[in-house]
Design a protein. Structure first.
Length: 329
């Protein structure tokens, strides 16, 4: 759901700040489509792999492409052929499509070497300053440690297909230290029966949260255990120190890069992480107040919540520049 949420935030800035008219082209994700419609945005249902003409096709000036699997150069070229003159913004800096897009947003820049961008004529929005968050994260106060029983936020994504929620809870529940858990699950969570069964046997107090936004949960927690993804930017913006598991080699590569900013610890691929590793990481953060404070401060200095504003500004400027170039021609 992170891809959809960041597009909703960007759409809001484009509309409210720059006066743009925005619509969404979506497919397959019924829950995501429902969220976008409930937020009041028009949605056109488009067949998989077919970003072709809709009723608006002749009036499109910018296309924002945000696909979980990225986009290839062939797909971006096909979009350009279908919509001549359109400015294409790609929310991914790893696939081959980045070389043919006009703008590439990459909060985690995994292609920093100049040689990997040979032939690219567009602009790069690289680094955590371009992480696009819900605009509510603009108003988060500086993090201060509160004296209380530590509250651990467990957030493994909307559906958690690999069962990381239960993996983390079982590891944490074996710790003898006093703590309580807040477990965030999404509408598509796949392990409801197993989670309910675990709640009957868990030794620590646990609360299940089913809120569309994790902001309040983050602000009221002391450390988070998460599946690496777009949530880590929100954690950084709230100053919440994080422990991350990765579900793929691709996620692990990105997690290791993001961990260098200092607000998060990457434990590796979930399938190879032992309970003791999770427990040790939690103890280090909770018991070392200087480390906790450092992670909190580094997070909020790395991600300030203004990414949507920066990306929208670059996109609109690119569109105007294109218009001016045509007029000069």
């Amino acid at each position: 759901m992170g891809h959809i949420m960041r597009c909703l935030s960007l759409a809001q800035v484009l509309r409210d700040v720059h006066g743009c008219r925005v619509s969404f082209w979506m497919n397959q994700d019924d829950i995501g489509i429902s969220w976008v419609k409930q937020a009041g945005w028009p949605v056109a249902l488009v067949a998989q792999g077919e970003m072709m003409a809709s009723g608006d096709a002749g009036h499109i000036h910018g296309l924002i492409v945000d696909l979980p699997e990225g986009a290839s150069a062939e797909e971006i070229r096909a979009l350009r052929d279908a919509h001549p003159g359109v400015v294409i913004l790609l929310m991914d800096g790893t696939g081959t499509g980045r070389l043919t897009a006009d703008l590439v947003v990459a909060p985690i820049d995994r292609q920093p070497e100049a040689s990997t961008w040979a032939g690219f004529r567009g602009e790069r929005c690289a680094g955590p300053a371009y992480a696009i968050l819900d605009l509510a994260y603009l108003d988060v106060p500086k993090r201060v440690r509160v004296e209380r029983v530590p509250r651990i936020l467990v957030a493994m994504g909307g559906s958690d297909p690999h069962g990381l929620t239960l993996q983390a809870l079982r590891a944490l529940d074996r710790m003898p230290e006093a703590m309580e858990f807040v477990v965030a699950v999404g509408p598509a969570f796949l392990h409801e029966a197993e989670l309910q069964g675990w709640l009957l046997t868990g030794h620590h107090a646990s609360t299940i949260a089913r809120e569309p936004s994790l902001l309040k949960l983050m602000v009221s927690s002391d450390v988070a255990v998460v599946s690496f993804g777009t949530t880590v930017y929100e954690l950084a913006a709230t100053g919440l120190p994080a422990i991350a598991l990765s579900i793929s080699e691709d996620h692990l590569e990105a997690a290791d890069v993001f961990a260098q900013f200092g607000s998060m610890t990457s434990l590796g691929l979930f399938s190879s992480v032992e309970d003791e590793t999770v427990q040790g990481a939690i103890r280090r953060v909770l018991n070392d107040r200087a480390l906790w404070q450092s992670m909190a401060e580094r997070g909020q200095s790395t991600v300030d919540g203004k990414g949507a504003e920066r990306v929208a500004e670059r996109l609109v400027a690119r569109i105007y520049n294109q218009w001016e170039s045509r007029a000069d021609g």
